[in-house]
Design a protein around this ligand. Structure first.
Ligand code: SF4
Ligand code: SF4
Length: 76
């Protein structure tokens, strides 16, 4: 089963540098959504492709991204 992840982008912290877009190998993040400050900010545009690798979170200079990886549970 492929790894599956999810990210949460804090729109209040994102400055629109697009580093997360450049470094996501799965192309899950895009720019274009207008944030509270009136600038384009990062948007989690393809959640299905995210593996939870964490690279976007490491690259963000403003710590605006939280990364979660889904872990399979054994049946009860
Ligand atoms: S966790 Fe990895 S795959 Fe998911 S959006 Fe971030 S860089 Fe892309
Ligand atoms: S790296 Fe961080 S600050 Fe830069 S666009 Fe992505 S979320 Fe925003």
């Amino acid at each position: 089963m492929p790894k599956k992840g999810e990210i949460i982008i804090d729109e209040r912290l994102c400055k629109g540098c697009a580093l997360c877009v450049m470094f996501c190998s799965k192309k899950c993040i895009s720019m274009g959504k207008i944030g509270p400050g009136g600038i384009p900010i990062a948007h989690f545009s393809d959640p299905e492709a995210c593996t939870g690798c964490g690279v976007c979170g490491w690259m963000c200079p403003d710590m605006a991204i939280e990364v979660y990886e889904y872990v399979a549970r054994r049946p009860l």
